[in-house]
Design a protein around this ligand. Structure first.
Ligand code: SF4
Length: 207
């Protein structure tokens, strides 16, 4: 998709960028630089990044500047997240990060077509705007947020669509984790193809 005002991806609406520890999923515990792009049209009621939804709040930033700020940190891992980062063309950002020797992890709902190339794709499908078909076979990791019991059905529907070897995670929605944790534990004990992911950064009080 051509987005002239973003110069086809030479500019991106940056909500924030920071160096921290990845708290969720397969790469939990790894130091990484987070690039959070503004704008999401999925609308999860429990979203913990609602401030990113309106891309108009985040003036486009030159990708060269985003990359220059990213590469000064000791860790060479980058997490591209949002908002929904695939609302934008990510090819130029990924190419420039790769040219600097960075490994790139994507966090996405998969609701838009993939652009860019990644070392790891965490697909976290949302019922309000399900993933495009093509992204299922590209996912390295499937992460389903469990807010209520019906979400286990959603998890299985999505599991059937990813490629063999894709890692499978169930993650309690933060505000419902007390109610759902026991059910998730029992579910994973009964269905051991799944693993549990926790938002460990929230326990560590880091961004
Ligand atoms: S897809 Fe992610 S950023 Fe968008 S509303 Fe849902 S949780 Fe929030």
């Amino acid at each position: 998709m051509k987005i002239p005002e973003l110069d086809n991806g030479n500019l991106l609406p940056l909500a924030e960028a920071f160096y921290t520890i990845q708290g969720e999923g397969f790469n939990t515990g790894k130091a990484a630089y987070f690039i959070r792009l503004g704008g999401c049209d999925v609308g999860c009621n429990w979203c913990d990044a609602k401030e990113t939804w309106n891309p108009g709040l985040y003036p486009p930033v030159e990708v060269d500047k985003i990359v220059a700020d990213a590469i000064v940190h000791p860790a060479k891992s980058i997490v591209i997240t949002g908002g929904e980062p695939l609302n934008y063309p990510l090819d130029i950002l990924c190419t420039k990060l790769k040219n600097k020797g960075m490994e790139i992890f994507l966090e996405t709902s998969g609701s838009s077509q993939l652009s860019g190339s990644f070392d790891w794709i965490c697909l976290s499908p949302k019922k309000k705007k399900p993933p495009v078909d093509e992204i299922y076979e590209l996912a390295s990791e499937l992460k389903i947020i469990i807010e209520e019991e019906i979400d286990f059905v959603w998890a299985e529907e999505n599991r059937k669509r990813v490629k063999p070897g894709c890692l499978l995670y169930l993650q309690p929605e933060w505000s419902r984790s007390k109610e759902m944790m026991e059910k998730i534990v029992e579910y994973v004990k009964a269905n051991p193809c799944w693993n549990i992911s926790l938002q460990t950064h929230k326990y560590m009080n880091i961004p």
